[in-house]
Design a protein around this ligand. Structure first.
Ligand code: PLP
Ligand code: COI
Length: 341
């Protein structure tokens, strides 16, 4: 058994034994290999280093009560990875190759999938980077696709205890930029605002729409949702936010399992009073209740600064119940990783 304190994991790098690596050159992908080496040896002229030609994904493996291992909607990650790759002129990783890589990484590192009910999961990080000799602003001649994994606990320290967020003056993405794809540049742009927010004891910042700064876009590493006082589930619509797989799952579950009316629409900052609960959602964030939001003018508290609201709790139970195999999943949402018992 691996010596890890599963109950007290945060969201930090831990070197696990195996990762997957494939190389694209002359128009084709090499056969992926599993390797123990966690260091990439790449040209100093790699476009990933200079011009941010790279994209990544994030998904998790969940240990079920019977010891089996679930992946949650991995095909959606594979598809989004392809959209991100196309936006930055990188070769797509075929869906089949993506799924095989993810399954292999889980299988080879299965001792690192945290126990059922520890609250922890195995986070998988697929990564595609432009490499090879280059210097001009052009797509790279070669690419590396790797998938590694890290056991993780809560991304926002509170877990299901609400935490507070602050509205940022900065933008993480431009109106017609790369906000809707999962590329490193968006996250580089969020480091300074995120640091400023955390230094003031907020969990992270909330970005507004870059064109008018009047509507909530998303959190630095998660989408935003609110439950209105009339029981509607609302989440922002925008061409510059990441289309969160968790958010689309919640839209479905809120409507079909909780019987709520749902909407992807505008969430105006001056209309926060309509909400009785709010939260951040994403693979890493899961569902993290938002206690309050600091705007320029006020500190707006939603349900409570200390207690999770009832609808958020129900959504959390439904979502995590499905992920850990305790609640029946909608068709196609769960993929079992083939492991020997
Ligand atoms: N928004 C941003 C900026 C993210 O980095 C993430 C994390 O992947 C999300 C939203 C949530 O997306 P998903 O639910 O697909 O993990
Ligand atoms: C995720 O939820 O998978 C993310 O990518 C968030 C973050 C760690 C960047």
């Amino acid at each position: 058994m691996v010596a890890i304190d599963w109950d007290n994991l945060g969201f930090s790098y831990i070197k696990t034994p195996f990762r997957y690596l494939a190389h694209w050159k002359n128009g084709e992908w090499s056969e992926g290999q599993m390797t123990e080496d966690n260091v990439l040896h790449i040209s100093e002229g790699s476009t990933a280093l200079h011009y941010g030609q790279q994209c990544f994904e994030g998904l998790k493996a969940y240990r079920c009560q019977d010891g089996s291992i679930n992946l949650f909607r991995p095909t959606e990650n594979a598809k989004r990875f392809q959209v991100s790759a196309r936006r930055l002129m990188m070769p797509e990783v075929p869906e089949k190759m993506f799924l095989e890589a993810v399954e292999k990484v889980v299988k080879f590192n299965q001792d690192y999938v945290p126990p059922y009910e520890s609250g922890a999961t195995l986070y998988l990080r697929p990564l595609l980077i432009g490499v090879g000799d280059g210097i001009g602003v052009n797509p790279a001649p070669e690419y590396l696709f790797t998938v590694f994994c890290v056991p993780v606990g809560a991304y926002f320290k509170g877990g299901l205890k609400p935490t507070n967020f602050i509205v940022s003056d900065y933008d993480r993405a431009a109106p017609a930029g790369t906000g809707a794809v999962k590329v490193g540049g968006n996250y580089a742009a969020s480091l300074l605002p995120g640091k400023e927010a955390k230094s003031r004891d907020y969990s992270d910042c909330i970005y507004l729409d870059p064109a008018t700064h009047t509507k909530i876009e998303e959190v630095g590493a998660a989408n935003f949702f609110g439950i209105t006082k009339t029981g509607r589930f609302i989440t922002p619509i925008s061409p510059s936010i990441l289309p969160s797989i968790t958010k689309y799952s919640l839209l479905y579950l809120a409507e079909h399992r909780l019987g709520l009316e749902v909407e992807e629409g505008n969430v105006y900052l001056n209309d926060l009073n309509q909400f009785s609960e709010a939260g951040a959602c994403g693979t890493a964030a899961v569902i993290s209740p938002i206690g309050g939001i600091q705007t320029k003018d006020e500190f707006h508290v939603f349900y409570s600064e200390t207690e999770v609201g009832p609808v958020t709790q129900k959504l959390y139970d439904e979502l995590t119940g499905i992920q850990f195999g305790d609640v029946e999943a909608p068709e196609g949402w769960i993929v079992k990783v083939p492991i020997e018992a």
